[in-house]
Design a protein around this ligand. Structure first.
Ligand SMILES: Nc1ncnc2c1ncn2[C@@H]1O[C@H](COP(=O)(O)OP(=O)(O)O)[C@@H](O)[C@H]1O
Ligand SMILES: [Mg+2]
Length: 225
């Protein structure tokens, strides 16, 4: 469970990137976070994995106040959260297998464990046949699937994706969202920031809408379409 209590963020004095956000996300939910460019979507996501700190308010994950986590223990929080970006952020000189293995290599997992988990992640995103390719030799949609596999390989409880379909056409975007649905079916919480209303229309999920840093609607799908 993720809880925001009266959370505000000001990067610049007197300008609210987020303004008094109150929000509860239950374990296993699938959520779209939407709103125009500059509304505060990326900021909200960054606060959840403590890449940015709130100016005011509290953020709890599984009842634990993440404000209180010292820098040295941040890796423990981040182990529970898989992150996917719009621009994939893959290592260009590494194979797809190696890219997906990175989080486990960093943790010092045994080779046999890595192999098992990477293969299961490859299979979940349908890329087993591409495992020995380098990223530039596969399509954009496939590169995003690699990034998703890398995000789930460490068995996180939460996946946070910031505009994961921003560089993809509609057909590929739908494919990516179906993969997120499959991951969600395993009980993993999914939070996707997107400004793509058409995509949101196709997937009946909880929708949280931000406008100029304020949370202006929650659940009310009709209102935003
Ligand atoms: N690092 C930063 N420094 C200063 N202002 C920022 C920074 N990051 C975001 N902002 C500002 O905060 C507001 C919200 O931005 P952001 O969270 O990126 O919105 P979104 O992801 O919805 O486009 C915008 O006005 C943006 O210019
Ligand atoms: Mg953004």
């Amino acid at each position: 469970m993720i809880e925001f209590y009266h959370v505000s963020k000001q990067y610049v004095k007197n300008q609210y990137a987020l303004n008094d956000i109150n929000l509860t996300i239950e374990k296993g939910e699938f959520i779209f976070l939407t709103g125009a460019s500059g509304a505060g979507k990326s900021t909200l996501l960054k606060l959840a994995f403590k890449e940015e700190l709130p100016s005011k308010g509290q953020i709890l994950i599984d009842s634990f106040n993440i404000n209180l986590i010292p820098e040295k223990k941040l890796f423990k929080l981040r182990r529970n959260i898989g992150i996917v970006f719009q621009d994939f952020k893959l290592l260009t000189r590494r194979t797809i297998y190696e890219n997906i293995a990175i989080p486990l290599v960093i943790r010092g997992e045994r080779k046999s464990v890595i192999d098992k988990r990477v293969h299961s992640a490859l299979s979940l995103v349908g890329l087993t046949h591409r495992r020995n390719y380098i990223p530039e030799h596969v399509s954009g949609g496939e590169q995003q699937r690699v990034a998703i596999a890398r995000a789930i390989v460490g068995n996180p409880k939460i996946i946070i994706a910031d505009e994961p379909t921003g560089n993809l056409d509609t057909e590929l975007s739908i494919e990516i969202l179906k993969i997120f649905e499959r991951i969600n079916a395993n009980g993993i919480t999914i939070i996707i920031a997107t400004h793509d209303k058409n995509l949101i229309k196709m997937f009946p999920k909880r929708v949280i809408r931000l406008e100029k840093g304020r949370l202006i609607s929650d659940w009310s799908k009709e209102e935003i379409l």
